[in-house]
Design a protein around this ligand. Structure first.
Ligand SMILES: Nc1ncnc2c1ncn2[C@@H]1O[C@H](COP(=O)(O)OP(=O)(O)OP(=O)(O)O)[C@@H](O)[C@H]1O
Length: 949
């Protein structure tokens, strides 16, 4: 049993946490499946890498067929709220040794353990060899596409360890043998997109979807083959793409992690442009109205090859126009074909058919974007189109990226218009060849220009992603204006439009990271599509009626489509589920309940079934604190160290409470966890909650209906207790105990709150100036609001400086308060106003900055500074948020310690704050170099702006 857990941890590189796991009660593999992210710190998992690993492990264990064990865990875990689970108690879990032994993964683990044992017996020399042998776990599904070509002596010298590993894989017969069925199904890697079983259903719907997402893998180039690159991408079945990523465990052993993605169509290296055209652009040509086809991907991944092709291999442009002409002649239509071709380079538009004349994108009164001054050229045959395009392509900005020697450094947009004899536009089609995404580190000798280009390209791609995300989340503001690209492409995302995205990927192992990024990006777009597309969503925002898209689905699948707010949980992201911040990674979305990494179509029956399944897992996974009697019960449990109350409450009660809590979290009116209420109503609700709950130190997610229900539940519970006391049965016995505990617990809570308030007042006396600071920080005016009308009226520069000030102030506030903590001035941590509840104040540090505002601010800084290390900043920011969450949690737990002396309590509280202060301090130190130059360059920037305008 223990061995099994150890082996699991070891397979994911977490074996050094084994002791910690067992010390908190996680002694078996099955226990892992109930761990939530909240438990990670308890288990000593702090670094992002470890968190990612544990997250993967949890997902992996969840996919195992351990339902019997899990049900027992539900029974034992649900009887206790999770927020105080200092020690995870799985004692009630029944042993299903046989079941686990018969499980394939366990078998693998056991055999692995035996293998390890034999290795140990053989002696140290063998052990060293084994160290570099790929681990049996996670499963290593091999690919026939790995490069088996033997390397020359010179090349071999250059090969890295990873490369050796790939070569070894190719050479090693046992590694290449077909993987067992269970390995193929239960991969330890990611599984994006659809599960196999639902893929056909998905493909049936694909025809009717407005956004089609396809992937195209190009073959290895000669240069890559010469370098001995391994092909790490497998395309199977036309809808699935698998990326085999080499990972290294902490013991330096290497293994392959599989990432599976499902898309509408996946094209392998053998696919020709014509095949790609048939599946991607051809349906758009048939529909021609407002259609867009864009190619996205890493630099050198084959976007231009797909779009433009070569004289010998025509690309999508030529094939589409060919079909358009064929269609026009077949229908004897008198429509004329006009093309325009321009590029977006460093945020500026240039006409490629008019000697790179500068163009401007402007919105009219109906918010339709027009490109003023754009030259249209009429074409009457494919050859004339090709001539026009080749002329334009010659004008396109090219450069040498780190990966591609002939890289296009701009987004090229080809517009094909059909006009009738009155010059009225009858149809419009966009082909967008996006500039390749590239990391700064990919560029060998980055000069200022290439850095600027890279930053601009990345920023516009990020903006594109932000737009997609914001539409996905039905946010009120879609930041189309964040980049010229999104502004120009706005039409492609709203209204009655059809879009096809082709994600181009390189197969080489050195590009694995890029490939995964591209696929994740595409997966995100696909996810958006699955949630009902874009059409009509904005129109129907806030209404309960299903969108036209949803109707479309319900008519085809026969399933009832839920309206807004009832969409199933989204796919969790690795490490942090924080999608709202930072464009490169997934960011803070509402807590994700889904246990699976594969995202299922939300509107299909399959999806619904999956969701129904997931709902069960929600209970398991997300055992968030529930106020009221449940918590009291928990205290009872802790103080006695026995499970008396578990017997006293039925499983149904627990389920109901958890469900109610989850419903309250999903409620649109719910206050965000640790967040300030968004509106007055929510604030009122929160206040009610505070009045109702005396033991809370921090705000929690709560809706007013939930409060009412809970209050009602408390009364009902009291009634049940009294009744049970009379009956004297086993169930009521526990409740009777609780009844006796109830007033005592309340008293203790009140006393604790009194202490806190007293402490708070004491601290205020030390810190007279905190009032101004706090009010300054909480003033919303220092941040540019994306939705505010004033933002649009001020110039970019003024926003930038404004935003910069905002950031400075935010950091100042953060640091000042935190530094003071370190320096011994304890007053600044808390609110100056005795009226403001402590829990609000403690979380106010993060509340003062809305993620959106912060994101906006940073976007401007990012634009201003091409060398701004977004990733560094983001990592710090994430760390800070994480630290804050941790501190809040610790503070909360501290507040609930029943027998702690007050002095000890204060001491520990200070320690928590200091921990946070250190984190903030380091963040500030890292950001300082970027903030200072911005301030000093402000004047210069203003001058530049004046001269430009
Ligand atoms: N499907 C394919 N089959 C054969 N060769 C390909 C394929 N796709 C791309 N290539 C080759 O790969 C190289 C890079 O392709 P391409 O220039 O289209 O990349 P890109 O994504 O447009 O790069 P960038 O974004 O830097 O412009 C070219 O030499 C091209 O011929």
């Amino acid at each position: 049993m223990t061995l099994c857990l150890y082996e699991c941890l070891r397979a994911f590189g977490l074996q050094h946490h084994y002791a910690r796991f067992t010390s908190v009660g996680v002694c078996r593999t099955a226990h892992i499946s109930v761990l939530t992210m909240e438990d990670y710190p308890l288990l000593g998992i702090h670094t992002m890498e470890d968190r990612t690993r544990l997250f993967q492990l949890v997902q992996f264990v969840k996919t195992l067929d351990l339902e019997a064990a899990v049900n027992n865990i539900i029974a034992s875990t649900f009887a206790r709220p999770s927020h105080v689970r200092r020690r995870l108690d799985f004692s009630n879990e029944t042993s299903d040794h046989h079941q686990r032994l018969s499980h394939p993964v366990v078998q693998v683990n056991m055999s692995h353990a035996r293998y390890e044992e034999s290795i140990r017996r053989k002696g140290s020399a063998t052990s060293v060899q084994h160290q570099y042998k790929p681990k049996p776990k996670p499963p290593t599904v091999t690919s026939n596409t790995f490069n088996h070509k033997p390397l020359g002596h010179k090349d071999r010298k250059r090969t890295t360890r990873k490369q050796n590993f790939y070569t070894k894989m190719g050479a090693d017969g046992c590694m290449c043998k077909p993987a067992p069925v269970y390995e193929a199904k239960r991969t330890a890697g990611y599984n994006y997109g659809l599960p196999m079983s639902t893929a056909p259903a998905q493909s049936r719907q694909a025809e009717e979807q407005r956004i089609k997402v396809c992937v195209r893998k190009r073959p290895l180039t000669c240069a890559e083959s010469r370098r001995g690159e391994a092909d790490v991408v497998t395309t199977t079945g036309g809808e699935c793409v698998i990326v085999h990523e080499v990972k290294e465990a902490v013991d330096l052993s290497q293994y392959i992690l599989q990432h599976k993605f499902y898309f509408d169509q996946v094209f392998g290296e053998e696919s020709s442009n014509k095949e790609v055209y048939q599946q991607t652009a051809y349906p758009l040509v048939q529909h021609i109205g407002k259609v867009t086809c864009f190619a996205y991907g890493q630099t050198g991944a084959g976007k231009t090859h797909t779009m433009l092709g070569s004289p010998a291999i025509p690309g999508l442009y030529a094939l589409a126009v060919q079909d358009i002409f064929a269609h026009l002649s077949a229908t004897h239509s008198y429509q004329l074909v006009f093309v325009s071709f321009f590029e977006i380079y460093c945020g500026q538009l240039y006409d490629l058919l008019d000697h790179r004349k500068r163009l401007f994108a402007r919105e009219d009164g109906q918010r339709v974007v027009h490109i003023s001054g754009l030259r249209d050229v009429r074409v009457d045959s494919v050859s004339s189109l090709l001539e026009v395009i080749s002329r334009g392509t010659a004008e396109r900005t090219q450069g040498m990226s780190g990966v591609n020697p002939l890289s296009s450094r701009s987004h090229a947009l080809l517009q094909i218009q059909l006009r009738d004899s009155n010059q009225q536009i009858a149809g419009r089609m966009w082909f967008v060849d996006l500039a390749g995404s590239e990391r700064a580190s990919d560029t060998k000798e980055p000069d200022r220009q290439s850095r600027m280009e890279g930053a601009e390209i990345n920023q516009s791609l990020l903006a594109l992603k932000e737009c997609i995300r914001s539409l996905d989340q039905e946010q009120s503001h879609t930041p189309f204006r964040q980049s010229k690209l999104t502004q120009v492409l706005k039409d492609s995302f709203v209204g009655d439009s059809m879009t096809c995205m082709i994600a181009n990927i390189s197969p080489g192992h050195t590009a694995t990271e890029h490939t995964l990024n591209t696929l994740r990006y595409a997966d995100r777009v696909k996810e958006l599509k699955r949630q009902g597309g874009l059409r009509g969503r904005r129109r129907n925002r806030g209404k309960t009626a299903a969108s036209p898209k949803q109707n479309l689905f319900s008519s085809t699948t026969g399933s009832t489509v839920s309206s807004r707010g009832k969409s199933p949980p989204k796919k969790p992201k690795l490490a942090r589920q924080s999608d709202s911040f930072g464009p490169t990674t997934p960011t803070t979305r509402s807590p994700v309940r889904s246990a699976f990494l594969c995202s299922t179509p939300k509107n299909t029956k399959c999806g619904e079934e999956a969701n129904a399944r997931r709902r069960g897992e929600i209970r398991l996974e997300d055992i968030s604190p529930v106020r009221g009697w449940l918590r009291i019960g928990d205290k009872r449990h802790r103080s006695n160290g026995a499970d008396e109350l578990e017997g006293g409450r039925t499983g149904n009660d627990s389920f109901k409470s958890i469900e109610r809590h989850l419903v309250s979290q999903q409620s649109p009116r719910a206050v965000l966890v640790l967040g300030q209420p968004k509106d007055k109503r929510a604030w009122k609700v929160q206040k009610e909650g505070e009045a109702h709950e005396t033991d809370s130190f921090f705000t929690e997610s709560k809706s007013d209906s939930c409060f009412r229900e809970e209050e009602h539940e408390q009364h009902a519970m009291k009634g049940r207790i009294e009744k049970g006391g009379e009956n004297g049965d086993a169930t009521s016995k526990g409740e009777g105990i609780m009844q006796r505990e109830l007033p005592k617990a309340n008293e203790r809570d009140k006393e604790r709150e009194r202490h806190l308030r007293w402490y708070h007042k004491q601290l205020q006396q030390f810190m007279p100036s905190s009032a101004s600071l706090s009010s300054q920080l909480s003033s919303p005016s220092i941040y540019p609001s994306p939705s505010s009308s004033t933002q649009h009226s001020v110039s970019h520069l003024s926003i930038s400086s404004h935003a910069n000030q905002g950031l400075e102030q935010v950091l100042d506030g953060y640091t000042t308060r935190s530094e003071d903590r370190v320096n011994g001035n304890r007053g600044r941590v808390f609110s100056p106003s005795a009226e403001i509840p402590l829990q609000t104040e403690t979380s106010s540090i993060s509340n003062n900055i809305s993620e959106e505002d912060f994101n906006e601010t940073l976007m401007h800084i990012f634009c201003t500074h091409s060398n701004f290390r977004w990733c560094i900043f983001k990592a710090h920011w994430e760390q800070l948020k994480e630290m804050e969450a941790l501190c809040c949690k610790e503070g909360k737990l501290l507040c609930q310690q029943p027998d702690m002396a007050f002095g000890e309590y204060v001491h520990q509280l200070e320690e928590i704050m200091e921990k946070k202060a250190r984190c903030v301090h380091s963040m500030r130190a890292q950001l300082q170099p970027y903030l200072k130059p911005i301030t000093s360059n402000h004047q210069q920037g203003a001058d530049n702006h004046r001269s430009t305008s």
